[in-house]
Design a protein around this ligand. Sequence first.
Ligand SMILES: [Zn+2]
Length: 453
Amino acid sequence: MNVLLLAVDTLRADHLSCYGYRRPTSPALDRFAREGVRCSRFMAPGIPTHPSFTTLFSGQHPIRHGVVAQGGKTDLNGRTPTIAQLFLEAGYHTASFDNLWNHKPHFGRGFETLVDSSRRRGCGLMVMCEEINTRVLQFLKQRANDPEPFFAFVHYWDPHTPYWAPQKYRSLFYEGDPCDPSKASLEPLYAHPLGSRWKDTWLKTVTKDLGYPEGRAPTDADFVTALYDQEIRHIDDGLSAVFETLDATGLAENTLVLVLADHGECMTEHGIYYDHHGLYDENLHVPLVARLPGQLPAGESVDALIRHLDLLPTLCEACGLRTPEEIDGKSAWGLWTGSRRDEVLAERLVSAECSWQMKWALRDERYHFILQRQPDWYGSPPRELYDVRADPGLTRNIADERPEVAKELESDLEGWISDRCKTLGLAGDPLVAHGISMMDPMLRKSAAKEARA
Ligand SMILES: [Zn+2]
């Protein structure tokens, strides 16, 4: 059996039609979900990209692997086997179609073949799925007649900013004048210390490409949301090309295919515009769909909480690999196959955010609690508490109304952090030690000033 991991950066679950979105953004993924298992509560223990993918590759929570920040000071230690190393030592051919290993070598560890399609055009994370697929489809066709099984990882970037899909997608999901002077829904973005820079960058390029005079910026937030949705429709076509090749080569029959994301994106929610800042569901809740004909049921939904750190043990069980001892996850394979349908992998989710903000979150069935270690970019209070059942969008902070609940969750969270630090031999919270490496001191000062106001 082969394993193909298709990761789409910055893809929030609730903007996919198979996760209930109002727009038809994902016809190919919808069909794929009808042939496999759709996990309705797949949540990230760490954001942004580097922490999340390190967790996926190691089965470890960010507090254990230490890669808590984007481009931070820590790399995954050499003793921790990556998922690719485990497949390699089990006799699989291993291949990665990704560019993260340019920044952090551990993302390339264990892969026999490393293909960075962005190098050809020097475009970094602006590399498009068509470019990546040139190599991926070629690889799949080559492997189809090879008796040696493969493990392949593909990382697409299309829904990441700048959202600007190819021409054929640009008329989707929006009608009207994006620069209508009577609209002001993007004013908060332009007034924000982070957003004011964006007005002069990709958003202006977009309106220029649409034929507006130089310097005009969009005024309508719905327009930018449509741009994001166009990129989702774009990557859906990219996934469709892979699915078609799997069908045409016969690989679909004996390949476990997973589609997932590292983190999501805020569109305007919580006052956060077009970035993955904040430990809210827009960023934490991402898609996970698994398909393996004959072994996984078709069209099932698994509603248990599953985290990125559960995927390594899941794949180990599915493929009979050794499961390393130092991991934090549990296998979801029994949930997917139905052999352990009622298993609970985790009662609670502890998530960390680092790089541009420094936060922890604790989520159980009832509450979502967020604790910040320093003032953030958005003037958020130091503690946020949401009633997940009554307020699934996490829109009303009830930390002051329910101080006893907030206090109890804070104490649980701090207890969890200090226990882990003690067990792992850490001097203190790794977010504090590594978290501000990417922060622009001027903007940090400005955010702190706003938070005090
Ligand atoms: Zn990412």
